[in-house]
Design a protein around this ligand. Structure first.
Ligand code: GLA
Length: 408
């Protein structure tokens, strides 16, 4: 799906907020989407495969460079929090003690300066509708939106794929979350009506057409009502356990291994009994999940959506039992969703420990799903869930800029 541009109400609202606050319309307007991952969870930092979709929930930045080139003060207004953050360029940037939301902006500027790219001070308004702490990559969308704006304003010529890597570095080095590349990559590189198969080692990618409408199906995201918790420490712990598996398996296989990506399923089977049980389970998730991604891509190509659904279900079981990143609420929601008539497949999506599920189901069953499954889920867990159909959209884009206006 191609999103409406400047005329979209939410974009117009950000432009109006900028104009009101900073006294003139913004010179630049950019957007960057959040994402939902269809399959391939916790594989990206193991050099593996992922299959995410850029969604029609996005971060929007409206901004103008400072008229006075001597003025080094950046001012950023968050429409959501109704707070302005101010800081000065040139000096090393630190994380904000008061406004954690602005750290994604500061992180991108930090990386930009570290690359010795030129930078001008600016005023900006940022707003968006990617729910935070929901596993839909609001932070990656924020970083990629800022990067897209800086790239356009400074005519830096950074390619979208490189922009994704810079955004990941901002997250790793400035925010301190050791995330993989999936979220930033899909936000920068998403394609309308397609998922993206990303090889997280080579950073090669290819669109995988979804053709869901032809079969009357829709991608449904359901927020469990549980805000993602614990994620940083548990995430970094999972990474270490995967690295431990690589070390132990390399010794057993007698060849150097760079990542779990380099382990064949048969090899793991032959050696998993010799590994500490917890490490073996973590490795089994990653190795089998990589295989499931490639099988899902093949099945999508053949229009075998029932097969894709089965692989999604298996992915959830593996995340729940072997990787242990689900939680009781997500498990209940996935169980109820999978049991609902017509559902093709369902799983948790994102890092886990709360947040959202993703399901494939007939579009004409979505209302009934909301009416029947969500109340049962609420009765079982005490949590209010919300479900919506999402569209697969293109990656980050400049909606307005002096260049665009000059080109007409
Ligand atoms: C988070 C990280 C990603 C990825 C997923 C799990 O979203 O940012 O890099 O590891 O978790 O698949």
């Amino acid at each position: 799906m191609t999103l409406p541009g400047l005329e979209a109400p939410r974009v117009a609202a950000v432009v109006a907020a900028f104009t009101e606050r900073y006294g003139a319309p913004p010179a630049y307007v950019v957007r960057a989407p959040g994402r939902v991952n269809l399959i391939g969870e916790h594989t990206d930092y193991n050099d593996g495969f992922v299959l995410p979709v850029a969604i029609d929930r996005e971060m929007i930045v409206a901004a103008s460079p400072k008229a006075d080139r001597e003025d080094l003060e950046v001012r950023v207004w968050s429409a959501e929090y109704e707070v302005e953050d101010r800081f000065t360029l040139g000096a090393p940037l630190a994380r904000s003690p008061e406004h954690p939301w602005v750290d994604y902006m500061r992180g991108m500027l930090h990386i930009w300066q570290a690359c010795a790219f030129k930078l001008r001070a600016f005023d900006a308004v940022i707003a968006g509708d990617v729910p935070q702490g929901a596993g839909l990559s609001s932070s990656a969308a924020y970083e990629v939106a800022i990067g897209t704006f800086l790239n356009e304003m400074m005519a830096t010529g950074v390619a979208p794929r490189q922009l994704a890597v810079l955004a990941q570095k901002a997250e790793n080095r400035f925010i301190g979350v050791q995330c993989g590349i999936m979220d930033q990559f899909i936000s920068a590189m998403g394609r309308p009506d397609a998922a993206l198969l990303i090889d997280c080692r080579s950073l090669d990618s290819r669109p995988v057409p979804l053709r869901l409408a032809e079969q009357g199906l829709a991608i449904v995201i359901t927020h469990s009502g549980v805000r993602r918790g614990l994620v940083d420490s548990a995430y970094n712990e999972r990474r270490q356990q995967c690295e431990e598996a690589v070390r132990l398996l390399a010794a057993r296989l007698g060849r150097p291994l760079k990542a779990l990506r380099d382990v064949e399923p048969g090899e793991l089977k032959a050696h998993e009994k010799a590994l500490p049980p917890l490490v073996a389970r973590r490795a089994r998730h990653v190795v089998t999940e990589n295989e499931r991604v490639l099988l899902a891509v093949e099945a999508l190509g053949q229009g075998k959506l029932a097969r894709v659904g089965k692989l999604m279900n298996d992915s959830h079981a593996s995340l729940r039992d072997d990787f242990e990143v689900s939680c009781p609420e997500l498990d209940a929601l996935v169980r109820l969703t999978q049991a609902f008539e017509g559902v093709v497949g369902a799983r948790m999506t994102g890092a886990g420990f709360g947040g959202c599920t993703v399901a494939l189901m007939p579009r004409d069953r979505v209302e009934a799903f909301r009416a029947e499954v969500l109340p049962t889920y609420a009765a079982e867990t005490g949590q209010q869930a919300t479900a919506w159909v999402c569209a697969a959209v293109g990656g980050a884009a400049v909606l307005d800029s002096p260049l665009k206006r000059a080109l007409g």
